[in-house]
Design a protein around this ligand. Structure first.
Ligand code: PAF
Length: 294
């Protein structure tokens, strides 16, 4: 695996091959490893970007405490099968304070966008810069961040980037908890309480499989499980998968998203639902992760 720090070096290294990009902010976990697996299938060369993007943090304290460990990340990326790790400096990514920001109206405004002002502008802007600088053929994003996936898809279409955007299933621990960099902040009891999110979403997916189509009823299945487990619900929303806007009935591809506070930690999770009652509730880690094997 090569570790490169400039866009030009990455383009030089990947010339004449098809490129699948896995954008990350580092502190890699099993979710990222699974994105690399999807990327490996999609192109000859897998490029992972690793950049903690200040533009998408609306809380300076959140940016400050975001975990960083380049040595650990390089080892994991290498074992996962990354060919090129792109770890740009701040000045490579933002040579001057950016005056051009990408706003994806509507798609970015509800749910996470409403609670984290400017967050999706930061995401859409940095992803646009990665697409322009690396010129990948494919880019892989996790469905765990379903609204982010919708924002990136729409940004890419609107700005005519010739990139195929692939959404990869959420990776879960055996107990159902969605893998996330934030899980390291959960105490033991909070980790148990956090299972309210996934168990609520699984119960709602089952209700959809049995014929439930009303958003309010699907949402209340999730909210009641989160509350019963001791979490504090911020929102539960059934949203159109592409517009990321609330819908009243499951009559198109959608995601049922939840955001909740468990102790001091804010968690998000979702399941993808289709109108025929089928769902993508994520994949369970059924073998020891490469993060724990060594
Ligand atoms: O999902 C993330 O880790 C980030 O939002 C992304 C897509 C790498 C942009 O900084």
């Amino acid at each position: 695996m090569r570790v490169l720090n400039t866009f030009a070096a990455v383009r030089g290294e990947t010339e004449n091959t098809s490129v699948a990009l896995v954008p990350t902010m580092g502190y890699l976990h099993d979710g990222h490893v699974s994105l690399v697996g999807v990327a490996r299938e999609a192109a000859d060369t897998v490029v992972m970007s690793l950049f903690v993007n200040p533009l998408q943090f609306n809380e300076p304290a959140d940016l400050e405490r975001y975990p960083r460990d380049l040595v650990r990340d390089s080892e994991i990326a290498d074992v996962a099968g990354v060919d090129v790790l792109f770890a740009p400096s701040m000045s490579e990514m933002y040579p001057t304070p950016p005056r051009t920001l990408v706003r994806v109206a509507g798609v970015a405004d509800g749910m996470e966008g409403a609670r984290r002002p400017g967050h999706f502008e930061g995401v859409a802007t940095v992803v646009a810069k990665l697409f322009a600088g690396i010129r990948p053929d494919v880019a892989v994003f996790g469905r765990k961040d379903a609204q982010q996936l919708a924002v990136v898809r729409r940004m890419s279409t609107d700005l005519s980037f010739p990139v195929e955007i692939v959404g990869a299933s959420t990776v879960r621990s055996l107990d159902g908890l969605a893998v996330s960099s934030r899980n390291v902040f959960l105490s033991e009891p909070d980790r148990v309480a956090a299972l309210g999110l996934s168990s609520g979403l699984f119960a709602a997916a089952e209700a959809a499989a049995e014929g439930e189509r009303t958003a309010a009823r699907l949402e209340s299945v999730v909210a009641s499980r989160v509350l019963a487990a001791g979490g504090e619900v911020e929102y539960v929303t059934l949203a159109d998968a592409h517009e990321a806007e609330p819908i009243g009935t499951l009559d198109r591809e959608a995601f049922l998203a939840v955001a909740a506070r468990v102790g001091d930690v804010r968690l998000i999770d979702n399941v993808v639902l289709w109108p025929d009652g089928s769902s993508d509730t994520g994949v369970r880690l059924d073998e020891p992760s490469i993060l724990r094997r060594s």
